[in-house]
Design a protein around this ligand. Structure first.
Ligand code: XMP
Length: 311
């Protein structure tokens, strides 16, 4: 099938209109290309009948909640911030198993959204699930946060029906749709960031203190690698610890892994060829800014056999 972006947009807008009719819908955005593109498509279709929300789950990168809402407001779409940090940290407390974390995240995410949908007297949730999310969940690789019906979960248990306008397309086509909708390059070329956010990058318990460590390290990795424009680059906090020396004293500190990969659609990935100078700079800044870290490693594993994220 030949990919026709204009035709896709026209069809999806009329499909959304037909389903929602005179009722109301909610779209959740994280600022990532999939959810922003989906929110803009839905906004074109529904105008005032759509409420766009940003769920602040406490697992976002530095300043992300406020930056995303300002960015979308400047593009003409108002975003309601929903502070749900406590709900997420309560749900994730004490959990270490990766799939268990993903399932807790998903359940909390949809319970919070269910409340928002009810408060807004809406019937539908419009979300930016893409083909890769469905495929990886169905193949049992990992439970993507935004998959429900495809694995037999009825979204009506959370109080809404789901519309997924992007479910047949992959990341490169989503970027085409975003460009065609007039979104700025800064959005459509943005690095993918997973729905469960920094929870996918904390091995062991996800709590505010540990998320803060990985948030600081992520900022440093992104700043130092940005000009290479990798598909994705980020930091991960390990559960293990390692001995190091700080101020001449022995410490048994945290381990941060730096990962940077190249990919088209996230189904396979190769490791970015980062220069030694950049890696060294990252290591120095992480050790200097995050005193609890005593080792910085670089991950050299492609996908497959690895996956991009760590849980
Ligand atoms: P993996 O780790 O499976 O990741 O190789 C493939 C791509 O998907 C992103 N990812 C997610 N995106 N919800 C999302 O919206 C999720 O639960 C999720 N898990 C992974 C990941 O960042 C990569 O781009």
């Amino acid at each position: 099938m030949v990919w026709q972006v204009k035709k896709f947009i026209t069809e999806k807008i009329s499909e959304i209109k037909q389903i929602v009719e005179e009722k109301k819908a909610v779209a959740a955005t994280s600022g990532g290309v999939d959810s922003v593109t989906c929110a803009f498509l839905a906004h074109r279709a529904l105008g005032e009948k759509l409420t766009v929300v940003f769920i602040d789950d406490g697992l976002m990168r530095q300043d992300e909640p406020i930056n995303v809402s300002n960015e979308l407001a400047n593009l003409g779409v108002e975003v309601k911030l929903v502070d749900a940090k406590e709900d997420f940290f309560r749900a994730l407390k004490g959990i270490e198993d990766p799939e268990e974390k993903r399932k807790k995240f998903r359940d909390t995410f949809y319970r919070v959204l269910g409340k928002v949908v009810k408060e807004n007297k809406a019937n539908y949730l419009i979300q930016g699930t893409i083909a890769a999310d469905i495929s990886e969940t169905e193949r049992g690789i990992k439970t993507q946060h935004n998959i429900l019906e495809q694995i037999g979960i009825d979204p009506r248990k959370y109080g809404f029906q789901v519309i997924e306008p992007l479910r047949e397309i992959y990341k490169p086509e989503v970027r085409d749709v975003a460009r065609e909708l007039g979104l700025p390059e800064e959005i459509y070329q943005r690095m993918p960031f997973p729905g469960p956010g920094l929870a996918t990058r904390v091995i062991g318990e996800v709590n505010p203190e540990r998320v803060e460590i990985v948030r600081k390290a992520t900022r440093i990795v992104e700043e130092e690698i940005e000009e290479l424009r990798p598909f994705q680059a980020f930091a991960v906090l390990m559960k293990d610890r390692a001995t190091g020396m700080v101020g001449g004293k022995r410490v048994f500190g945290n381990i941060i892994v730096v990962r940077s990969v190249e990919s088209q659609n996230a189904m396979t990935a190769t490791v970015s060829r980062i220069s030694w100078e950049i890696l060294e700079k990252i290591q120095k800044r992480i050790i200097e800014k995050i005193p609890s870290v005593s080792k910085v490693l670089f991950d050299i594993t492609p996908k497959p056999p690895s996956t991009i994220e760590y849980i």
